[in-house]
Ligand binder design. Sequence first.
Ligand SMILES: NC(=O)c1ccc[n+]([C@@H]2O[C@H](COP(=O)([O-])OP(=O)(O)OC[C@H]3O[C@@H](n4cnc5c(N)ncnc54)[C@H](O)[C@@H]3O)[C@@H](O)[C@H]2O)c1
Length: 139
Amino acid sequence: MLLNVHQRLLGEFFTKKNESEGVHMKIAVAGTGYVGLSNAVLLAQNHQVFALDVIAEKVELINQRVSPIGDAEIERFFAEKELDLTATLSPEEAYRGAEFVVISTPTNYDEEKHFFDTSSVEAVIEDVLEINPGGDDDY
Ligand SMILES: NC(=O)c1ccc[n+]([C@@H]2O[C@H](COP(=O)([O-])OP(=O)(O)OC[C@H]3O[C@@H](n4cnc5c(N)ncnc54)[C@H](O)[C@@H]3O)[C@@H](O)[C@H]2O)c1
């Protein structure tokens, strides 16, 4: 379901860019939960995608084309589509030379502090700026 929504939004944008301009980009996706993995799978049909997570088991499963989350569409894409998708634990491998970084890490609501905990998003941004400060300039 979520994969269908993403197909219409972000997925279509990158697919059209690929079709009209023949562009094959390196794209990093940080976080391979429901949101990140859906986007990574869609984008990997037309682009080189590196999907970063902090959980080694998830990375291994994705590289074996086994979905770590129960989602029929992702399982179908893994079984039927040719995907340029590499899961990794390495921020360096994911962000170096990436033209886009999709951040899909947790932003859970902290009941005690009454705010959304965006620390994982901020950590990703810091890593990207350190590893890839000039965008794709050095790719
Ligand atoms: N699931 C939805 O329907 C939905 C809808 C709207 C917005 N969102 C937002 O999208 C984001 C992702 O949602 P989700 O449901 O996929 O979350 P999720 O918790 O299922 O997945 C998050 C993934 O990020 C990984 N992660 C944590 N810290 C990381 C880091 N520093 N670097 C790389 N990976 C890291 C986790 O291991 C996990 O695999 C959240 O901020 C959420 O609030 C989700």
